[in-house]
Write a protein that binds this ligand. Structure first.
Ligand code: BGP
Length: 472
C-alpha cells in the first residue's frame, strides 16, 4: 500500500516541550513572555518576565532533561521521523550575536544522536513561534529588514551543522497565520510584532510576510549550496473554507477565503506574487519595501515541498462589506475548544494543494486536543484514536485513490505539551501522557495512552490495517 519509506512520526515545537528556558545560555523567546491561559481566558503577552505571573513554556514538559527517556518511547511506537524545532534563542540567545551559543548546539547534537540510535529521522522547523525576544524588543521583530540576516545566520549554523542528520527542513511554522490580523497572537508568535492602533496593519502584515519570504528563499538557496540532499519546505496552516451554500456568491466567497490562506504557499512554491495580491496592494494603496533583488531571490528560492498542519474546517459566506465572513460549519462536531472535527476536509485539502502546486506534501500536524484522565497509570483516549484513524483513512484515500504524493504524517503532538493558543497542558494531544506535577517533583511522569498502542500498530502495518476502510 504505502511506500516503505513513508514518514510516520510525531511533531512538537521547542518552546512547547523543551523547558529549560534559561539554561546553558538560552535567551528568552517571544513564547517566554506569554502567560498561562485556558479555553475561556486568553494568554497575556508581558513586556518582560514578571515574578508574579505563570509562564508554562518556561518548564514545558522538561524534555531538555528527559530527552533520552522520551525518545525511547518514540522508538517503541516505531517512529520513522520526529518533527521538532530548534529553539532560535538557544543558538543565538539575543539573535544579533556574531557567534552561536555552543552549549545550545550541543543539546541538539545529543538529541540527534539519540534519534540516530533508533534510526528516527529528525524533521526540523527553524522558526516555530520562538524567535529571540531581544529581536522583537530591539528591532521591532520582522517589521525590520535586518531580521532577514539574523535569521539567515541562525539557519546557516543549523544547516551546516546538521546537514548529515536532517534531510527535511521547514523555514517558518504556519507562516500564513499572519493573514489573520484580528488575532494579536499571530503577529507576536510568528513575527515578534505587536500592531499599534495608528498603523496600517495590512501594510505591516504584507511587509512582514515579504521579509519572511525573502529569508525563506535565501534559506532554500543556502541549503542547496551546503548540501543538495537537503530539502527545504514551507509550512502553512491549512483547512478548507467551504462555501456556506451553493449560491454562486458563497462559492466565490470560498475561493477568495482560500486565496487568503494560500497566498503564502503561492509565493513560496511558485516563486511569484499572485495577481490577486498585487490587486489588493493597488486597491489599498499599500507601499511596500520590495526590491527587484528580493523578487529574483523569491523566484529562485522556491521550496521543495509543502508542509502543513490540518485541524479543522470552516465555511465562507458572502458579505457585501468584507467579501466574505468565515463561520463555523454546522455539519461537523467540535472539540471542547470549539475546533471542528472534519476528516474529509483533510482529503479535500490534500487534493486541492496537490492540484494547485504539484509538489509533494507533508502532513506535519494533525491531532485532537482533549482533557485526558490518568487513572491507574492508564489513559483511555478512544476519542483520539477515532479522530486520528478517521483522518488517516482520508489521507490514505488521497494517496491511494487520488494519487496525491504525501511524504509523511506527523500528528500533533508526539507527547503532551503546552498548548500554543491557551498556554495550558490541560489541552492534551499526545500519545504519551505527561504528569507534570510528578515530573516537577522528580518522580516518573510519562505514561502510554491507549492511542500509543494504536499508533504503534498503524506504523507496524504501514497503514495496511486500514485497507478495508479505504476501499478501492
Ligand atoms: C498549531 C501550532 C502548534 C500547536 C497546534 C495546536 O497552530 O503549529 O504549535 O500548538 O497548532 O494548537 P494549540 O496548542 O493551540 O491547541
Amino acid at each position: 500500500m504505502l511506500d516503505s519509506n513513508f514518514l510516520w512520526g510525531g511533531a512538537v515545537a521547542a518552546n512547547q516541550y523543551e523547558g529549560a528556558w534559561n539554561v546553558d545560555g538560552k535567551g528568552p523567546s517571544v513564547a517566554d513572555v506569554m502567560t498561562k491561559g485556558s479555553v475561556n481566558q486568553p494568554r497575556q503577552i508581558t513586556a518582560t518576565v514578571l515574578a508574579d505571573k505563570d509562564y508554562p513554556n518556561h518548564w514545558g514538559i522538561d524534555f531538555f532533561h528527559h530527552y533520552s527517556e522520551v525518545i525511547k518511547l518514540f522508538a517503541e511506537m516505531g517512529f520513522k521521523c520526529f518533527r521538532l524545532s530548534i529553539a532560535w534563542s538557544r543558538i543565538f540567545p539575543l539573535g544579533d550575536e556574531a557567534e552561536p551559543n555552543e552549549a545550545g548546539l550541543q543539546f541538539y547534537d545529543q538529541v540527534f544522536q539519540e534519534l540516530e540510535k533508533y534510526k528516527i529521522q529528525p524533521v526540523v522547523t527553524l522558526s516555530h513561534f520562538e524567535m529571540p525576544l531581544h529581536l522583537a524588543h530591539q528591532y521591532g521583530g520582522w517589521r525590520n529588514r535586518k531580521l532577514i540576516n539574523f535569521y539567515l545566520k541562525f539557519a546557516q549554523v543549523c544547516l551546516q551543522r546538521y546537514q548529515d542528520q536532517v534531510k527535511y527542513w521547514m523555514t517558518f511554522n504556519e507562516i500564513n497565520n499572519l493573514i489573520d490580523t484580528d488575532n494579536p497572537f499571530n503577529a507576536w508568535t510568528g513575527a515578534g510584532v505587536i500592531y499599534q492602533n495608528d498603523e496600517n496593519i495590512l501594510q505591516t502584515m504584507y511587509q512582514i510576510s515579504h521579509y519572511q519570504f525573502v529569508a525563506s528563499a535565501k534559506t532554500v538557496l543556502l541549503a542547496k549550496k551546503i548540501n543538495p540532499q537537503m530539502q527545504v519546505g514551507c509550512m502553512l496552516h491549512l483547512g478548507p473554507i467551504y462555501p456556506a451554500s451553493c449560491e454562486p456568491k458563497d462559492m466565490m466567497a470560498s475561493v477568495k477565503a482560500m486565496d487568503r490562506r494560500f497566498f503564502f504557499s503561492d509565493v513560496q512554491v511558485r516563486g511569484i506574487y499572485p495577481a490577486y495580491t498585487q490587486k489588493i496592494w493597488q486597491r489599498q494603496q499599500l507601499h511596500l519595501d520590495i526590491t527587484d533583488e528580493d523578487l529574483a531571490t523569491i523566484a529562485q528560492g522556491t521550496v521543495a515541498y509543502l508542509g502543513f498542519s490540518y485541524y479543522k474546517s470552516t465555511i465562507a459566506k458572502f458579505d457585501q462589506l468584507h467579501d466574505f465572513v468565515e463561520l463555523a460549519n454546522p455539519h461537523v462536531p467540535k472539540s471542547d475548544w470549539g475546533w471542528a472535527i472534519d476528516p474529509v476536509g483533510l482529503r479535500y485539502i490534500l487534493n486541492v494543494t496537490y492540484e494547485r502546486y504539484g509538489c509533494p506534501v507533508f502532513i506535519v500536524e494533525n491531532g485532537f486536543g482533549a482533557y485526558d484522565q490518568l487513572e491507574q497509570e492508564k489513559v483511555h483516549d478512544q476519542y483520539r484514536i477515532t479522530y486520528l484513524k478517521d483522518h488517516v483513512v482520508e489521507m490514505l484515500k488521497a494517496i491511494e485513490l487520488d494519487g496525491v504524493k504525501v511524504l509523511g504524517y506527523t500528528p500533533w503532538s508526539a507527547i503532551d505539551l503546552i498548548s500554543a493558543s491557551t498556554g495550558e497542558i490541560a489541552k492534551r494531544y499526545g500519545f504519551i501522557y505527561v504528569d507534570l506535577p510528578a515530573l516537577k517533583a522528580g518522580k516518573p511522569g510519562f505514561y502510554r495512552k491507549d492511542s500509543f498502542k494504536w499508533y504503534q500498530n498503524l506504523i507496524k502495518t504501514n497503514g495496511a490495517n486500514l485497507k478495508a476502510e479505504v476501499g478501492q
